[in-house]
Design a protein around this ligand. Structure first.
Ligand SMILES: Nc1nc2c(ncn2[C@@H]2O[C@H](COP(=O)(O)OP(=O)(O)OP(=O)(O)O)[C@@H](O)[C@H]2O)c(=O)[nH]1
Ligand SMILES: [Mg+2]
Length: 678
């Protein structure tokens, strides 16, 4: 079957909080004719941040996808949040995108969350272009940010533009490929840039950067290399093709300049997305990404669910085949088929119904009931499992209780719906207090969740103080044999087994394996043993937190024809596990955060001293003029309320960002506090 060739770009916008992702995306909507007025983050009038909480807080919380068109190409664009608590949004977007625009603040440069997202993009093999934004701001310095990119990200940053004028005078860019200037004489977004010769004062710098560009591209192209060495002019088409190749291969990242807020630099950014970033057919990722082919059997990945008035919308990326309205699709994760009632392309203010999606498309499906984030939708006759999207482990939790007793059911229902949307939220239950435990990535995420409960679901809850989500683990191996025997009861009360526990590396979780041979324990009881072990591990031994990073081996056992049962084996396993762990050097693990504080030098001593008092380990410090940046690892427990102290310490002038780093052994003092509080 023939399909009309199309130019398609699936692109994410990623960066640190406040770099200007949403502002840039709003301009893109305007310049592509998708919206007729420019939404502004500051007045809460954006198309992209449409949630009332996003508008009020002035931050993006949920990633949002839109389809726009630019010079004949279709661009599916996902604006992501910069705050680390919502990082699952970046992860799942990068999982399904082919390229990304990374936005940098022209003053702050490479910020921590930009670095984290950059590494994520590396991990997912997503080619990027860099957009150095906010060049209108006082203190903005394009080339310093480029240098920081090289330093902190180790990237081969390829300057494609140079800014013309700085700070308030920033008015245009030199386009190094075309060796021309583009000037925006007014802030007015409806005026296209004016072309002009490269300003004299920038000629030397522009030539120098263009030479570097040409040399870099020529390195991989013999024809260009010859021309370069002979000092001949480069065939521009060949140069462009070579540059695209270098970007797709991840060898270089083109760097552009602009000020989204002042409507400067957006048109060339859109050109760059089309010119340099890959389409579905160019993607060179391996496993989990079948080749883009509209004629093969269907393979699509659900990457996001959004509840709405008209039911849930499931956002999918189609990798292979086609999907029509009314089709029945096979969910490889649930093993069941579901019917797709409708297909939608998402635009700024509206949804456009589509009859059919093709390989490469990103769109929303309505009608699916059982599909979750990370599930693969495919053809029943050709089942495939695309690489899923795993949610990070929560590090913090709060206890919540409905304010009205009758609301318990409403609360459960609302939470279930919220969990479907955000897989990085978890719910649990505190047996002792009867309270619901809501866990997640940070204080902001939980605060937003509680507000959503209220505003969207009408459930008012009382919220406890945030608590650290500890873990437990073991430090050495131990082996225990246990016999479960009840004389009083009837049949089914006998089980004997031998368990061994062994420490595993951080992040391995709990692995269970049976090494029983010769039917010492009948095969039908083995799953019960695993259930017993996992239940006991979940309940924890030392301080009541889940035990992780250990291997549990079932080595041997015995049974009675008449007196054994699955329940007996489950109970025996739990008892054996508890004893084995108590002999295996149990240890409490606490989440340790990577903290980066930026402060005027005069407060440096106070900031560092305060971090030390919080059991922090300072492992790096850089100075840039009168501003110092301190890098530290600090237990999360000690970081509650940090925002208040760091402001007080620095008269409100220091800023910080933190994110989960690792689980580390908690000192005895922490263990004792928890145990005595229980
Ligand atoms: N001066 C100036 N301010 C800008 C520019 N771009 C964005 N801003 C401002 O920076 C602030 C943050 O912009 P956003 O677009 O919300 O940033 P974001 O990257 O989407 O932030 P999150 O979604 O919360 O991660 C807003 O006050 C914008 O008006 C720019 O080019 N120049
Ligand atoms: Mg935003």
């Amino acid at each position: 079957m023939n399909t009309i060739p199309r130019t398609l770009r699936n692109i994410g916008v990623i960066a640190h909080v406040d770099a200007g992702k949403t502002t840039t995306t709003e301009r893109i909507l305007f310049y592509t004719g998708e919206s007729h007025r420019i939404g502004d983050v500051n007045d809460g009038t954006t198309h992209m941040d449409f949630d009332p909480q996003e508008r009020r807080r002035g931050i993006t919380i949920q990633s949002a996808a839109v389809t726009v068109h630019w010079k004949g190409a279709q661009i599916n664009l996902i604006d992501t949040p910069g705050h680390i608590d919502f990082n699952i949004e970046v992860k799942r977007s990068l999982r399904v995108l082919d390229g990304a625009v990374v936005v940098f603040d022209g003053v702050a440069g490479v910020e921590p969350q930009t670095e984290t997202n950059w590494r994520l993009a590396d991990q997912y093999g997503v080619p990027r272009v860099a957009f150095i934004n906010k060049l209108d701001r006082v203190g903005a310095d394009f080339l310093r940010v480029v240098a920081m990119m090289k330093e902190r990200l180790g990237v081969n940053a390829l300057v494609l533009q140079l800014p013309i004028g700085a700070e308030g005078e920033f008015r245009g860019v030199v386009d190094l490929l075309g060796m021309r200037a583009l000037i925006w004489d007014h802030d007015d977004a409806s005026q296209p840039p004016r072309e002009a010769p490269v300003p004299d004062e920038l000629m030397a710098l522009a030539t120098q950067h263009r030479d570097r560009l040409v040399a870099l591209v020529a390195e991989h192209d013999d024809v260009l290399l010859q021309a370069y060495l002979n000092g001949e002019t480069m065939p521009i088409d060949r140069l462009r093709a070579g540059l695209r190749e270098a970007v797709l291969a991840g060898r270089v990242v083109p760097v552009l300049a602009g000020s989204a807020w002042r409507n400067r630099g957006i048109e060339p950014l859109l050109d760059a997305v089309v010119d340099w970033l890959p389409g579905p057919e160019d993607v060179r990722r391996g496993e989990g990404h079948p080749a883009s082919d509209a004629d093969g059997p269907l393979a699509a990945l659900a990457f996001k669910l959004v509840a709405g008035d008209h039911g849930e919308r499931v956002f999918v990326r189609v990798y292979r085949g086609r999907l029509r309205r009314g089709d029945s699709v096979f969910n490889a994760n649930t093993g069941r088929s579901e019917r797709v009632a409708r297909l939608y392309e998402v635009h700024a203010d509206r949804h456009v119904e589509r009859d059919e999606l093709l390989a490469g498309d990103i769109a929303a499906l309505v009608g699916l009931k059982d599909t979750l984030t990370g599930h693969t939708l495919c053809d029943r006759e050709h089942p495939v499992h695309l690489e899923s999207i795993d949610a990070p482990e929560p590090v913090i939790h709060v206890a919540i209780e409905p304010r009205a007793n009758a609301d318990q059911q409403g609360l459960s229902k609302a939470l279930q719906s919220m969990l479907r949307e955000d897989p990085s939220l978890r719910i649990g239950h505190d047996e002792d207090s009867g309270q619901t435990i809501l866990s997640g990535m940070g204080e902001l995420q939980l605060e937003v969740a509680v507000e959503t409960l209220h505003t969207r679901h009408g459930v008012e809850v009382a919220v406890g103080a945030p608590q650290v989500a500890y873990r437990e683990t073991i430090t050495q191996a131990a082996q225990v044999s246990h016999v479960h025997k009840k004389q009083t009861g009837g049949p089914g009360q006998y089980a004997a087994l031998t368990l061994q526990v062994l420490p595993l590396a951080r992040g391995e979780g709990l692995r269970f394996e049976s090494r029983v041979v010769g039917g010492a324990i009948p095969r039908e009881y083995i799953p019960a043993v695993e259930v017993g072990v996992r239940r006991a591990a979940e309940a924890g031994g030392l301080a009541g937190y889940p035990c992780v990073d250990l291997q549990v081996l079932l080595l041997d056992g015995s049974f009675h024809e008449r007196d054994s049962s699955a329940l007996a084996f489950e109970l025996a396993a739990a008892a054996a596990y508890r004893e084995a762990v108590s002999r295996a050097g149990p240890q409490l693990l606490e989440p340790v955060m990577a903290v980066e504080v930026t402060t005027p030098v005069e407060y440096l001593g106070d900031v560092t001293g305060d971090l030390h008092r919080r059991r922090g380990q300072v492992h790096g410090q850089t100075m840039r003029g009168v501003v110092a940046t301190v890098l530290a690892r600090v237990p999360l427990k000690e970081m509650f309320g940090y925002i208040g102290s760091v402001r007080a310490l620095s008269s409100g002038r220091a800023q910080y960002a933190m994110q989960f780093d690792h689980f580390g052994a908690a000192p005895a003092s922490v263990v004792n506090t928890i145990v005595s509080a229980r």
